[in-house]
Design a binder for this molecule. Sequence first.
Ligand SMILES: [Zn+2]
Length: 352
Amino acid sequence: MTCVTTSTWSGERLRLARPHTYEEARGTAMRTWTVGDFKISEIHELPAELGLFDGLIPEAPREVVQTIDWMSPDYANEAGQILADLHCYVVDTGDQKILVDAGCGNGKSYPTQPVWSNLDTAFLERLSEAGYERDDIDLILLTHVHLDHVGWCAVQDETGAWVPTFPNARLVVVDAEWQRHLDLMLPDGGDAIAESATGADDGEVDVIARAFYADAETFSNQAKLVQKESLQPVVDAGLLELVPSGAEVAPGVRYESTPGHTSAHHSVRLESGGEQAFITGDFIHHPMQIARPEWSSAGDFDPEMSGRTRRAFFEASAGTDLLVLGTHFTGSGAGYIVEDGDNYRLVQERPA
Ligand SMILES: [Zn+2]
C-alpha cells in the first residue's frame, strides 16, 4: 500500500494520498445541477477503493451484480464489483451556501476504517474550484453522523489543534441523529466526551456495519475520535444547532426522514422554482438498491426498515421529475427514478 496514484480534476493532476485500483471515472469536469434558482455542485473527495465495498450488500455477490443489466459500467465493473465514491454537495440557494455532508476529511483517525485514516486529499482545493472558500459556507447539513460524512467539519490548524473548517457555518443536525451518535460513546472514566454520552448502557448500539466491526467498545472509541477530531471543535465554537426531523433549515431546504441506515438518518429535499431534488445520504448506498429496494447494506442499522424506506421513496418518486443525487454514486451520480417491472431504475432522461 505504498504506491500513490494521481487523478485529473479540472485539468490539473491532483495527488491522492491513497492508492486506487480503478482510475477515476469522472475526474475531468466539475459536475453541477440546477434546481430552480438553486445551484448544486458536487465536490469530489475520493473514489472508494475497488474491493472495499465487496460484500456491502450481502444479497449481491459479484455474479448477482452482473445479472443487473444497468449496473456496468457506471456503478459496477464487468467483474461485478461495486464502484463507489465519496463526495459532498454545495447547495447554493443564492442567499446561502450549504454543504451537505462533509466527507472523511484529512488527517483523521479511523481505526474502524483504516483506508480512510490520515487522508490527504485536495477536497478544499476542489471546493475552491467550484467557487467556494471556507469562509463562504453558511450551513453544514449531515444526513447522518458516520465518519465518512463528517470529517470536513474540522481541520487541524498550524499548531495541530482541531478547529472548524468553515468558521461561519452553523452545523445543523437532526437532534435524534446527533443523540444516536452520542449514545455510541461508552463512559470510560468521565472524560469530557464520555460525559456527554447518554443511554450507552441500554444494550442497543447502532453501528456502521455490524457485519464488519467487532463490538460496542470499538465503536465507542471510534465515535469518540470522530467527536474529538471532527465535531467537538464545532460544538466548542457554539456552531452546533439541533433541529427536529422534517425541519426546513433554509427556504426550500428540508431534512426528510429516511431511517434504516441509521435509526435517525435524514436525506435533504430541495425545492426551488417548482423543481425538486433529493440528496440521498446513505439510505440508498448504491444504485443496486434502486434495482432491488429490499437489498440492504451491511452497514445498515435496521436492514428491513432500510428496505421499507427505499421502496416507499421509489413508489412516491417514480416517474416524477425529482432529481435524485446519490451521495456515494459513481457514473452519472444523479438521475430520475422510473419503474422497472416490480422494481426501479435510475435514468438520465427527465420524465415528461
Ligand atoms: Zn453511513
